[in-house]
Design a protein around this ligand. Structure first.
Ligand code: NAD
Length: 283
């Protein structure tokens, strides 16, 4: 049966995009974050995205209002009791995600699917924090969620075929193309993308070129729509560092060591576009 009620945990750039996409296909969504200001920020991101779509004639004002009506802000898990699916999109940290999964496992109905939008972390390990590993799965959307067509679907060791099929069907209903990949650090997308971004940052760190020059080379020379340094800022430098750490520790291979400059920027709180400063400055 098609999913009608879902909860998104984490109202950041990914969580808000996922909530918008679910609501667009008629699903009632509870959007949860730690406090009201974080949830409001998420709702604001959705409103801005919808306003842009209306101004470009891609949706109507009536549909925009209907869609916003389907998203219910929340700061506690009360409403998750009757949800059929939870998609977790909080900060890329195993400890935080496991704590949330353990909590949800206690509150949600026994057959509720717990999906994670993690970019790199083990779905099997997330499942081990619950008593419902067959209902735990990776559902990795791309940024910006309403626009990007791919969803990587990752089974943990114990994920059931039924859970996999329901998430595959849901992804198609959302207008996305699901691609199944195995549960290894960074899956496919970030095992390939993130070392390239890290290497781009190394070229800046070693003084080979300025960020603008690196991005120009990759855009004009390799036909990338966005240069890797600008993309790192767009993804979030904290997320990029967390993914590199997962690859580095997960494979135990020095080729994945995060660039010290990336680490320094994260320590400074320069997380990219979302904080107004990364390799570039944003107003
Ligand atoms: P973000 O920093 O924009 O948002 C994270 C949100 O999680 C914040 O609103 C924060 O308040 C909330 N949060 C943190 N701890 C929480 C908790 N205990 N309970 C509830 N909410 C909590 O990050 P993002 O870019 O949206 O990334 C979220 C997830 O999506 C990460 O796992 C990331 O790896 C993954 N992801 C990111 C991208 C990307 O391009 N940024 C792409 C695909 C997947």
């Amino acid at each position: 049966m098609a999913i009608q009620k879902a909860t998104v945990v984490g109202a950041g750039q990914m969580g808000s995009g996922i909530a918008q996409t679910l609501a667009h296909s008629g699903i009632e969504v509870t959007l949860y974050d730690l406090d009201r200001s974080a949830v409001d920020r998420g709702i604001k991101l959705i409103s801005t995205s919808l306003n842009r779509l209306v101004s470009r004639g891609k949706t109507t004002d009536e549909l925009r209002l209907q869609l916003l009506d389907r998203i219910i802000p929340a700061t506690d898990f009360d409403r998750t009791q009757d949800t059929e699916l939870v998609i977790e999109a909080v900060t890329e940290c195993m400890e935080t995600k496991q704590r949330i999964f353990a909590q949800l496992d206690q509150i949600c109905m026994p057959h509720t699917i717990l999906a994670s939008n993690t970019s790199s972390l083990s779905i099997t390990e997330l499942g081990s924090a619950t008593n419902r590993a067959p209902f735990v799965i990776g559902m990795h959307f791309m940024n910006p969620v309403p626009i990007m067509p791919l969803v990587e679907i990752i089974r943990g060791l114990e994920t059931s075929n039924e859970t996999f099929e329901r998430i595959q069907i849901l992804s198609q209903q959302l207008g996305k193309t699901p691609v199944e990949v195995k549960d290894f650090p960074g899956f496919v997308s970030n095992r390939i993308l993130m070392p390239m971004i890290n290497e781009a940052i190394f070229t800046v760190y070693e003084g080979v070129a300025e960020p603008e020059a690196v991005d120009q080379v990759m855009k004009l020379g390799m036909n990338h729509p966005m240069g890797p340094i600008a993309l790192a800022d767009f993804i979030g430098l904290d997320t990029c560092l967390a993914i590199m750490e997962t690859l580095y520790h997960g494979f135990g291979d020095s080729k994945y060591r995060p660039c010290p400059l990336l680490r320094k920027y994260v320590q400074a709180g320069w997380l990219g576009k979302k904080t107004g400063r990364g390799f570039y400055r944003y107003s």
